[in-house]
Write a protein that binds this ligand. Structure first.
Ligand code: FES
Ligand code: CO
Length: 325
């Protein structure tokens, strides 16, 4: 499965502290922990001795210790201490299974099987004029691709987000452009009439979006400032959607907001995003099947859905099998 060689978000960086943290990714049980140097480690959450969960153990002296017989494992995965045989030097084959792990965008990313995939891009992260704030995690009872597709969909704004990102009084979708990219797709010129497009909106405005799919389960939207609006001059916002494919039909979701607003408290920015996503969540969880159908004949499509049709095409040609049907 190609998905296991890609990087996936599994936890907020600051959620990995002193105690080992159990997470699930692509149906694999993993344990995250911090070694003596403060680096995050990701192991399979199963002790190679008798199969106990390492996440029930503790981190001590830069090693993770199994809760059952106290075997201790180094950052590289190697067992270096067997308390029942204190003089015994375990051979190199006494090893926990270790996975690739990096921290980026405030999250811990794991690659289950080694490969040369790049981390999904999020350009706004490096822009110092933008402040970064997290929202989530949200545990959502649907596949990761259904969640990404919802993020690319503007035709639901007037219904699901009536009075916020859209209005029943203006539901038409103007034509927009979609082009494939090496990591997914880019949709530009996506316009929406929004009563309350962000925390600071005081009047409805026409907002133009760019959507980018940056990996099978990651996407970024950028709101392009309107030309000639002095009130909003220089105002821009980029929102990344990072989805962890937990099982084929359940996911964990984070948003990374990159905003020019350095004044509002985190909670206020998070509350706006929270309102929007909790409007989406019940509808997302109602969709059947939960796995995204890649056969274009399985559901109906219109020109307004061309970003989602392109996304399905990208998943199909990319050989993605997890979370789709
Ligand atoms: Fe882990 Fe025995 S099961 S030390
Ligand atoms: Co929505």
């Amino acid at each position: 499965m190609i998905e296991t060689t890609l990087w996936h978000p599994v936890a907020l960086s600051h959620a990995v502290e002193q105690a080992p943290l159990a997470v699930q990714l692509l149906q694999h049980a993993l344990v995250l922990w911090r070694d003596g140097e403060g680096r995050v480690q990701a192991f399979t959450d199963r002790c190679p001795h008798r199969g106990a969960r390492l996440s029930l153990g503790r981190v001590h002296g830069g090693r993770i210790e199994c809760p059952y017989h106290g075997w201790q494992f180094e950052p590289g995965g190697r067992c270096v201490h067997v308390p029942a045989l204190p003089q015994f030097t375990p051979p190199a084959t006494h090893c926990a299974t270790r996975h690739g792990v990096v921290e980026a965008y405030g999250l811990v990313w794991v690659q289950i099987d080694a490969g040369n995939a790049a981390l999904p891009a999020f350009e706004a992260e490096g822009d110092e004029r933008l402040r970064k704030v997290h929202c989530g995690p949200y545990d959502v009872a649907t596949s990761a691709p259904r969640i990404i597709e919802n993020f690319l969909d503007m035709a639901h704004f007037g219904f699901v987000h009536d009075g916020w990102l859209g209005t029943r009084a203006a539901t038409a979708i103007d034509d927009y452009r979609v082009e494939p990219t090496p990591t997914g797709l880019r949709a530009t010129g996506c316009k929406a009439w929004q009563p309350q497009s962000n925390l600071h909106s005081t009047a409805p405005a026409q907002v133009e979006y760019t959507y980018e799919v940056t990996g099978p389960y990651t996407a970024v939207l950028t709101k392009v400032p309107e030309a000639g609006t002095t009130a909003l001059a220089g105002w821009r916002e980029s929102i990344a959607l990072f989805v962890c494919p937990v099982t084929p039909e359940s996911s964990r979701v984070w948003f990374r907001l990159a905003v020019a607003d350095f004044e509002s408290p985190d909670e206020k920015l998070q509350a706006f995003q929270h309102t929007i996503f909790t409007q989406d969540q019940p509808v997302l969880e109602s969709q059947v099947p939960r796995r995204l159908p890649l056969d274009l004949r399985a559901e109906l499509h219109t020109a307004a859905d061309k970003a989602s049709s392109a996304y399905r095409r990208f998943l199909r040609t990319g050989g993605i099998t997890f979370g789709v049907c």
